[in-house]
Design a protein around this ligand. Structure first.
Ligand code: AP5
Length: 214
């Protein structure tokens, strides 16, 4: 099974994709994670992407489509969860071609329906352990002991450079202008399934499970 999780920044795509990977063995293909990895390693793609991401704008279609193409075969057996891709009409066409070439099809496009204003707080409040990557949130999920990671005991934490209010608003605007317009493309193909992304994480997960098991 191959699915897309679609929704604005902070809608919960990464949270649900990680859960599906852990519970169902599907492979999470997150272009955001791939790009952050490239930036951290200082690869040529990372050098090009860094400033664009920090401004909250979209990296070029050619770069992200190539990243997905390089990793798609690794999900042939277990199925892919596309997280943060496609984000433009060109990327949607590129994905269709990449899947076609491999004799694979798209089963569902799951739209996380959310209230954008509430998402700003979700995003600007999140941080992760700098050592093991465990996610936290300054109001929704604090460490049990202040300043100490619950999992590995580290006292070092980090926040994404694009998780500040101004950049989040640019990311939202990019979503409305370039990503939301691809919804009708999938609607016409009968692939869109909608879930309430404002429900608690476990309830969102249950809605997604119901779609995948239907
Ligand atoms: P990317 O990494 O894809 O970021 P994003 O789409 O902005 O999404 P986020 O990771 O911020 O949010 P999410 O929906 O995954 O939510 P999460 O589960 O983390 O992209 C970053 C940048 O890379 C882009 O701006 C662009 O520059 C570039 N890029 C990436 N892909 C690209 C592409 N295809 N084309 C061009 N450029 C690209 O949850 C958010 C928070 O909410 C967490 O704290 C979480 O714990 C919490 N939470 C989640 N669900 C719930 C819930 N149901 N209730 C309460 N809290 C919840």
């Amino acid at each position: 099974m191959n699915i897309i999780l679609l929704g604005p920044p902070g809608a919960g795509k990464g949270t649900q994709a990680a859960r599906l990977q852990a519970n169902r063995g599907m492979i999470q293909l997150s272009t955001g994670d791939m790009l952050r990895d490239a930036v951290a390693k200082g690869t040529p793609v990372g050098v090009k992407a860094k400033a664009v991401m920090e401004a909250g704008e979209l990296v070029s279609d050619a770069i992200v489509s190539a990243l997905i193409g390089e990793r798609l075969d690794a999900s042939a057996e277990q199925g892919a969860i596309f997280d943060g891709f496609p984000r433009t009409a060109h990327q949607a066409e590129a994905l269709e071609m990449l899947l076609d070439e491999r004799g694979r099809t798209l089963d569902h496009v799951i739209e996380l329906v959310v209230d954008e204003e509430a998402l700003v707080e979700r995003i600007v409040g999140r941080f992760t352990c700098a050592v093991c990557g465990t996610p936290y949130h300054r109001t929704l999920k604090l460490t049990r002991e202040p300043g100490v990671c619950d999992v590995c005991g580290s006292t070092e934490f980090k926040q994404r450079p694009d998780d500040n209010e101004q950049t989040v608003r640019t990311r939202m605007a990019e979503y409305r202008a370039k990503t939301a317009p691809i919804l009708p493309y999938y609607e016409e193909r009968g692939l869109i399934r909608r879930v309430d992304g404002m429900a608690p994480v476990e309830q969102v997960a249950a809605q997604i499970d119901a779609i995948l098991d239907s």
